[in-house]
Design a protein around this ligand. Sequence first.
Ligand code: ADP
Ligand code: ZN
Length: 623
Amino acid sequence: MSDLYEKALHTLKEYFGYDDFRPRQKEVIRQVLEKKDTLALMPTGGGKSICYQIPALVFEGCAVVVSPLIALMKDQVDSLKENGIAAAALNSALSNEEAAEVRRAFCKGELKLLYISPERLTFEADHLLPQGNVSMFAIDEAHCISQWGHDFRPEYTQLFRLRENFPGIPMLALTATADAITREDILHQLSIPAENLVQDSFDRKNLSLTVKTNFTKKSKIGEMVDFIKARKNESGIVYCLSRKGTETVAEELNRQGINAQAYHAGMSAEDRSQIQDNFLFDRTKVICATIAFGMGIDKSNIRYVIHYNTPKNMEGYYQEIGRAGRDGLPADTLLFYSDGDIVQLAKFVRESPDENQKNLQLEKLARIQHYATSLVCRRRILLGYFGEIMERDCGNCDICRRPPRRFDGTIIAQKALSAIARTREQENATMIIDILRGSRRSDLIAKGYDQLKTFGVGNGTPAEKWRVYIQQLIHLGCLTMSYTDQKTLRITEFGRQVLFGEKKIELALVTDEMVAPKENRKARDKFDSSASPAKESENRLRLSSKEELEGSDATLFEALRIHRKNLADAARVPPYVIFSDKVLLEIVHRRPTCLTELAEVPGIGSMKLNKYGKEFLDVINEN
Ligand code: ADP
Ligand code: ZN
């Protein structure tokens, strides 16, 4: 066993240029080498691929990898070939001749890894696989097996047949989705013993988390433009709720001089693949997409993910932001939360025919709302949702960066509660705020609300701040809000006690940064890149990022990047398949002078060293 493990370590260095496995990778690989069926739960960017690629190289024969996404397969196969590893894929994108060639290579034992789409698997398991020497099975995106998961794939339920038809061949299931029901489902359906589960922490320390609440459409665009312009040469994704949304946001960004494209399921397959390629090959910097985008793309240098609308659950949100910073360098995430989105999403849920799922989905919606509007460390809530308890605040979210000041909020609460009581709990937050601020809205006057004692008592506080205070009152259990179109506010028993002065209540002070009042948007601080989350997190994470580069370092980085792009274009692969940004940055820091030094850069295996080493050394010498 330890011999095999030694061999695995050696293979890691030889083919991938890394010195050691990450702790969980080590556990998974040891188990697989012992031929134990295993389920590996790791966050995106955790290094799942290495977990099966290394055993595949160490074992005799060919590993069969089931992967639901054709684009991802292609990417993986390209990357493996770049590293000098014999890999191929069987899926519907191949011509008959190409597929025949892959089959021949498999039967002759020429392949180390064969990727198969789930649609093809049942057929190939009966016809092709018995003709070759299968060393192991890897089931990527294994959560697709579960109806409870969010991307259920009916074909995945056939996977148990592999267990029956190929007894004794180890199976490794991998996923980044970790909720308890899905996990149990995978273990059960694939007959993997529970003790063979290896679970990594889901914390992605390099992702900064920021939530902005209550922005108007116009101010969202403004904020986003500032945010994107502060990251000018970087790639990012903007997720929108609707197809229409992706198009209008992309148009707006282009109008403001940002190179963006829309992407959604209503486009032709051809258009979609073209747009995706533009993004992978760094020709388009920003993609405005519905959630259809990003599944199965492996681009490691996505530097930010923006949610233009509130996502419908924490699983989806976490998976989407997880697409940023897979290379481990700092990356930023920004979520625009609005009550309006929640109402819209709740409506979709209520209209869905599946009665069983309704309550579950509404509950999930409430959890994302809680995440976005509460004022404690975001990461603690996020990881807590996935069952991971953090003992300390993270230091890399908006709340940690600017911790809210608490104060005795009893009077503020009483003002709001009183307005709600006096309108007999029939009104929504907008009306209540208008009453507090003394608005002369015609329907308000018509209802006689201008005669109430509370009319105008809160006019010193801007409406957007009132909105956040009301959200806090909801969290603290003073109020409930119904998710009907009316969004009516109701007072709870605890709320009544606060209203009648029997209980005191502490609130977090709402500062200007937390809201974007329409009236002084322009005057307010523009998105300041020097205070950007990525910058702040750098020291803490001891990571360097390319914004830090100055003078000759910046020149060298650019030269390396151009050289990489030329090589990538010639090989017709995305630039990060040649070398990741992280490798280029390491080269800039180390400035290797010979091949031996270059070989020490993490991420440069011997194949790439031989293929590209000399040319990159020339680029270093010239700059
Ligand atoms: P996942 O599939 O879990 O999202 P990947 O397999 O794409 O993650 O790996 C994420 C990144 O981490 C890749 O750039 C990969 O090369 C890198 N990586 C994986 N394992 C190691 C390791 N042992 N040492 C250094 N980098 C690693
Ligand atoms: Zn935090």
